[in-house]
Design a protein around this ligand. Structure first.
Ligand code: ACM
Length: 541
């Protein structure tokens, strides 16, 4: 008897039981059955095709990191008692559908292609116990799942504050764990140019550093007088692109034009319509160091010294895009297009002459001309251009995809013109806004509680069924004026990013705030397990 009791407790100790079924984003269909399967060191991963080894490796890396063991990966052998990774045609219009079956014979994951199988692995990982053990118990179930939207993204601004490759990889892991598939990398800003361009070395020699940064909320209480620098070498970019590809995440690089160009202009003043004028900044801002000539900005905001639509600038941008399009294999290139003041163009004889010559209406027309020229170049290189909703003003470039950020209106206008859109309205998905009314850390302002993010629908009520076909999906934006360290970024994005993942993935009829809210304690346990910082209390409307 004593022996029996002893072995019973031994069993309890060895079999760490699953997390419950709290998968985020919520799958379309989950059927549970009595019983469970245990993954142990002797379980094998049987992959039906070499293109699935990547997903097997991902699972193994996770198991190794959190439980200290790896499973043998085999391409031939017994289904029984193992984890089988396969593919199956699912006739679903959006890539990423999968089926996950756990039964006494083992675990079966089949995806519509390797992306779907990878998402099946993500769901399996979320069923594993959050305690270290050599026997990982997962419940019998069947999950059938597929994404609602094809575009499921997050933007990270590395211009205002630079983040190293190690954090970019972490950010991509956050995307993968939420079955998101697009990383919008905001690489250039007034406050820093962050990507090596071989033909223009001064972009990073000069443009990637500012001498100081304002302290506190704009215009600030002073200047920290600390040099803030950083850029990604082309080798690092390649490394990140490869890392993302292994997680089925596409990267959209953003090179801002014609506005938000101060750092580029600091490096190459001829890009300005007035190369000899000193960089302008608010007199309320405390500036540190040299303030003559062209400078990288030290405070936040929108600046009037923008790219001049000259031959020199077009040649420069074409050269830059030649390198960018070689580095990033994805279909889309983001060209910014937002917040471009027109004062410099108004007082530039060159610009006024160009407006007349090209028969343009005004400076908005000139912006539209500028962007159409860039689109032509990108299309010739086989790329699709995407831009912020200001690219609608003055006339949309023929093949442009619009990112609607000033609320939902830009998206609505674009779909009516039969242009594809990605919805990223500041009112619902700007994760730089405060998540709490009594936010005690410095944030840009605004108020965006998690319930509001959760309640967002990228297909707005004003859109017809026809309109909705042009909505590719949505994206949350992480602007980093007030995030100068990695923990702060994590704190701002979690748990709201998890809420967003259900907006993007879960079928509308299955999405339910109360169900999501009930998953919060387990979600927070998972964040702790993964070592992620997050807003610990959450606030609803
Ligand atoms: C933006 O927030 N200016 C796109």
């Amino acid at each position: 008897m004593r022996y029996l009791i002893f072995s019973f407790f031994l069993l309890l100790k060895l079999n760490a039981s699953s997390q419950g079924i709290n998968i985020v984003p919520l799958p379309n269909s989950i059927k549970t059955f009595a019983g469970s399967f245990s993954i142990t060191k002797s379980t094998k991963i049987l992959v039906e095709g070499t293109d699935l080894i990547n997903s097997a490796d991902f699972l193994n890396d996770y198991l190794h990191r959190f439980y200290g063991f790896r499973l043998q990966v085999i391409t031939k052998g017994d289904y029984s008692g193992n984890i089988v990774l396969g593919k199956e045609r699912m006739d679903y219009p959006i890539v990423g559908a999968y089926r996950l079956i756990i039964k006494k014979e083992g675990v079966l994951i089949s995806g519509d292609n390797e992306t779907g199988s990878f998402y099946g692995i993500q769901s399996l990982i979320q069923l594993l116990p959050l305690e270290r053990s050599e026997s990982l118990t997962v419940p019998f179930l069947t999950i059938e799942d597929a994404p609602r939207f094809a575009y499921r993204g997050m933007l990270l601004d590395v211009g205002r504050h630079f983040f190293p490759v190690s954090f970019i990889k972490k950010f991509i892991d956050f995307l993968a764990m939420h079955k998101m598939n697009t990383f919008h990398w905001h690489l250039t800003e007034d406050q820093g140019w962050r990507i090596e361009i071989k033909k223009y070395p001064k972009l990073t020699e000069i443009g990637s550093s500012r001498n100081g940064t304002i302290i506190g909320r704009f215009p600030g209480t002073g200047n920290d007088k600390i040099k803030h620098s950083g850029f990604y070498s082309q080798e690092e970019i390649k490394e990140v692109v490869a890392y993302a590809a292994k997680r089925y995440v596409d990267i959209i690089p953003e090179i801002e034009l014609p506005g938000h160009a101060s750092a580029a202009i600091a490096a190459y003043p001829e890009l300005s319509c007035f190369p000899k004028e000193n960089t302008m900044h608010s007199t309320a801002v405390s500036w540190y160091g040299d303030s003559t000539g062209k400078q990288v900005q030290q405070a936040w905001g929108v600046y009037p010294d923008v790219f001049c639509p000259s031959e020199y600038t077009f040649k420069f941008l074409q050269d830059v895009f030649d390198e960018i399009t070689t580095l990033f294999p994805g279909k889309y290139i983001h060209i910014g297009g937002d917040e471009c003041p027109k004062e410099f163009w108004k007082r530039s004889d060159f610009c006024q002459k160009l407006i007349k010559e090209k028969g343009l209406k005004d400076e908005n027309g000139l912006q539209s001309y500028f962007i159409k020229e860039i689109e032509k170049y990108l299309n010739k290189k086989g790329k699709q251009m995407i831009g912020w909703d200001e690219i609608i003003d003055g006339g949309l470039a023929p093949n442009a995809t619009v990112m609607s950020w000033r609320g939902e209106e830009g998206g609505l206008i674009a779909v009516k013109q039969k242009h594809k859109v990605v919805m990223t309205p500041n009112s619902y998905v700007y994760l730089d806004y405060a998540q709490f009314k009594k936010e005690d850390s410095l944030v840009i302002g605004g108020y965006l509680p998690i319930e509001k993010v959760y309640g967002y629908d990228p297909v707005s009520k004003e859109m017809t069924g026809e309109d909705s076909k042009y909505v590719m999906g949505a994206q949350a934006n992480v602007w980093t004026e007030y995030m100068n360290n990695e923990s702060k970024v994590e704190y701002m994005i979690f748990p709201r990013m998890s809420a967003l993942s259900e907006v993007l993935w879960t079928r509308k009829e299955n999405k339910n705030w109360n169900t999501f809210k009930n998953k919060m304690p387990s979600l927070m346990k998972r964040y702790d397990w993964l070592g992620i910082q997050y807003g610990k209390e959450f606030e609803t409307h």
